[in-house]
Design a protein around this ligand. Structure first.
Ligand code: GUN
Length: 283
């Protein structure tokens, strides 16, 4: 038996098209396009690729892309000053500082300087707290994209056993919060988890976000599970996820590919958050 491949690229294209329509309505009523400011510090090649892709998708959705590129040695204070300017700019609805920042810069200080009501990444502690307590805010884009794929594949998630592998602030923790919100029974596994195979074996839903190539083995999975692979690992043989894709395909009911699974959903959710911000700010 072979699992369904969850086509994140196609689903993200549908989401983006719908956002584009809502952006056109917003523009017609508010008299301006939603604006997303993206800040790239330094020359990290992977970050540069992501920032270019975000700018392109923003423009394609009919939004304003405001891009700031700063040298790696710009220093903390000028970056914080730029964030203050963007916080105060009425044409900017969303602010994203691409991570990782160059060595020596304080990511926490930068992330917390962004106005929580423009924090379309959902990384500010205020938005993490809002998510944890069920208050409307901004949800980080990658876990929200995973949730959209899960709901599209499975419908109601209520009562399902979900295992999130990885406990980062950006993916693992918010993913667990979102699944709790859907009434799943959630286990968060991580590098210190004992006998990960047996934890994974009872899961109806597996979300892998560990950053280790093909670590989650197909033979660990419960037959019929749905597997969401957040990993993007560059190896000698090309891009691979955190899940042994071939093995998972022969056991699971549905699996996201890498690339073409979760990745495209992250950008779609960034556009969604920016539109929501513009709508909220327009009152
Ligand atoms: N670096 C890798 N992914 C992300 C993301 O979603 N947002 C930001 N700001 N930086 C990232």
């Amino acid at each position: 038996m072979s699992a369904q491949i969850i086509d994140g690229k196609a689903f993200a294209a549908q989401v983006r098209a719908r956002i584009g329509e809502q952006v056109a309505t917003f523009h017609a009523t508010a008299g301006r396009a939603p604006g997303l400011a993206v800040v790239l510090v330094g020359e990290d090649p992977a970050s540069a690729v992501y920032v270019r892709a975000k700018g392109k998708a923003t423009r394609e959705a009919g939004m304003e892309s405001i891009e700031h590129r700063l040298p790696a040695d710009v220093g903390q204070e000028p970056l914080l000053a730029l964030i203050d300017t963007l916080n105060a700019d009425p044409a900017v609805d969303g602010i994203l500082v691409q991570l990782p920042l160059p060595a020596g810069m304080d990511e926490r200080a930068v992330t917390t300087r962004i106005d929580p009501d423009k924090d379309v990444d959902g990384f500010h502690p205020v938005n993490a707290g809002r998510l944890a307590t069920g208050i409307e805010g901004f949800v980080p884009c990658t876990p929200y994209g995973c949730l959209m794929l899960l709901k599209d594949t499975l419908g109601d998630l209520s009562g399902l056993d979900a295992v999130v592998i990885g406990r980062s602030n950006i993916v693992g923790k918010p993913m667990a919060q979102l699944l709790i919100g859907e009434s799943c029974t959630v286990t968060v596994a991580h590098s210190r988890t004992r006998d990960l195979a047996s934890v994974v074996a009872r899961a109806d839903i597996v979300v892998a976000a560990v950053g280790r190539p093909e670590m989650v083995r197909g033979e660990w999975l419960k037959p019929g599970a749905t597997v969401i692979d957040v990993g993007i690992n560059r190896t000698d043989t090309g891009l691979v996820g955190d899940v042994d894709f071939a093995g998972a395909m022969s056991v699971a009911a549905a699996v996201t590919p890498v690339p073409g699974g979760v990745g495209p959903m992250t950008i779609a959710c960034l556009l969604r958050n920016t539109l929501i911000s513009a709508q909220r700010r327009a009152g």
